[in-house]
Design a protein around this ligand. Structure first.
Ligand code: SF4
Ligand code: SF4
Length: 379
């Protein structure tokens, strides 16, 4: 939708400030971009004031507007706390659409989105290396009821997650295949605001999944899962003919069918990735599978579930605004350390990269793993 179509919502903002200031009942800031930049215009209320001036034609889209919009991690904390239940993320998406039309997407993000479309991944890696992590080729191109959609980051940068997902599906007796022609899910284009690019990527992958005859697709990356579950039906104008699940949801199902997890004596804290938690409402499945590991004790961080704080790296902000990403990932790692846990789990490869980076800088002792990697150690 065009920004002007949100005029009523934009005018409904009460300017109350619940969307960017302190979490209700605490001193914790909820908006990563506002926490880092400390200016009204980086929080939701400020962005709505800008949106109002834009629809009223009192100002024009320019680089300053672009910076306010693209420093947003799309964490959804503002929308969660908005007193008027405004569709804030949709309003930011509409602003991004206008910025795309004016060629105002910051170049690091525009380059990543272009590489994702042209080369199949945002990292400029060779397509032929996408499946190098796989333990064998027998599942590649196999017709099966279930497809494991691996995603670019597990395929190229966090291959332990790809291998872990594969092991968990095997341990759970799931008959599955890998696509021969998986490409980037389209999330970088979607985040940039290029819905045509996102549609093209989604279409390519959905056709590949349909050719494989799958009725169910399992994801190790919540960005890919959100793209398929939330965005693909709207982008394609039709419902998907297959079910979509995160690996943690599948493991939970397989526990009921006899999958056994071995003892791991660990104190574990779980970070809710924004796409999985606030985005898709998946809070319980990862916690239930952690609790199903004998010997594991789960400790919650101060900000958790719908009130979780972003790892600071959503929306590909690290590409153009690294100091902000560093500041927020450090704050979140400190929160994990404060629980006394010896293991920090995320369920998103981007969160894990952020926390590993923060751990390297701070030399914190806490181990950082993706939930998929850790569960794979327990089968
Ligand atoms: S989505 Fe997150 S980063 Fe973006 S404005 Fe809302 S709270 Fe801030
Ligand atoms: S919480 Fe909602 S209504 Fe209140 S200032 Fe923020 S966007 Fe406006």
């Amino acid at each position: 939708m065009k920004l002007a179509e949100y005029k009523n919502q934009i005018y409904s903002c009460l300017r109350c400030g619940f969307c960017f200031d302190h979490e209700v009942g605490s001193q914790a800031k909820i908006c990563p971009s506002h926490a880092s930049y400390g200016m009204e215009s980086y929080g939701a209320r400020g962005k709505l004031a800008i949106a109002r001036a834009l629809v009223d034609e009192a100002m024009e889209f320019d680089e300053d507007v672009a910076e306010r919009i693209y420093t947003c991690t799309e964490c959804g904390a503002c929308e969660e706390q908005c007193f008027k239940y405004l569709d804030l993320l949709d309003i930011y998406r509409a602003m991004k659409g206008e910025l795309v039309l004016r060629d105002l997407v910051p170049s690091p993000l525009a380059d990543a989105a272009r590489a994702a479309l042209e080369e199949g991944n945002p990292y400029g890696q060779a397509a032929g290396k996408r499946l190098d992590w796989a333990p064998g080729r027998e599942r590649v191109g196999k017709q099966a009821e279930t497809v494991l959609f691996v995603g670019c980051t597990p395929s190229y940068l966090r291959r332990g997650i790809a291998r872990g997902a594969y092991q968990l599906l095997e341990a759970g007796d799931v008959e599955f295949g890998l696509l021969t022609d998986e490409v980037c899910c389209g999330h970088p284009s979607y985040v940039a605001g290029d819905l045509e690019g996102a549609r093209a990527a989604v279409q390519k992958n959905v056709e590949a999944i349909e050719r494989a005859g799958a009725r169910r697709v399992v994801f190790a990356c919540p960005g890919c899962l959100a793209t398929f579950r939330d965005e693909a039906p709207e982008l394609l104008g039709r419902p998907l003919a297959f079910e979509t699940l995160h690996v943690a949801e599948l493991v939970e199902q397989r526990l009921g069918a006899g999958l056994r997890l071995r003892k791991q004596s660990r104190m574990v804290t779980y970070h809710d990735p924004c796409n999985l938690g606030r985005g898709l409402g998946i809070y319980d499945a990862p916690r239930r599978v952690v609790d199903a590991v004998p010997g594991a004790r789960r400790l919650e961080m101060r900000r958790t579930r719908a009130r979780s704080f972003c790892c600071g790296n959503g929306g590909f902000v690290r590409l153009g605004y690294e100091p902000m990403a560093v500041e927020n990932e450090t704050a979140r790692l400190e929160e994990a350390v404060a629980t006394g846990a010896d293991l920090l789990l995320s369920a998103c490869p981007a969160c894990q990269i952020a926390f590993l980076d923060a751990k390297r800088r701070s030399k914190a002792a806490i181990e950082v793993l993706d939930i998929v990697e850790w569960l794979a150690q327990a089968v």
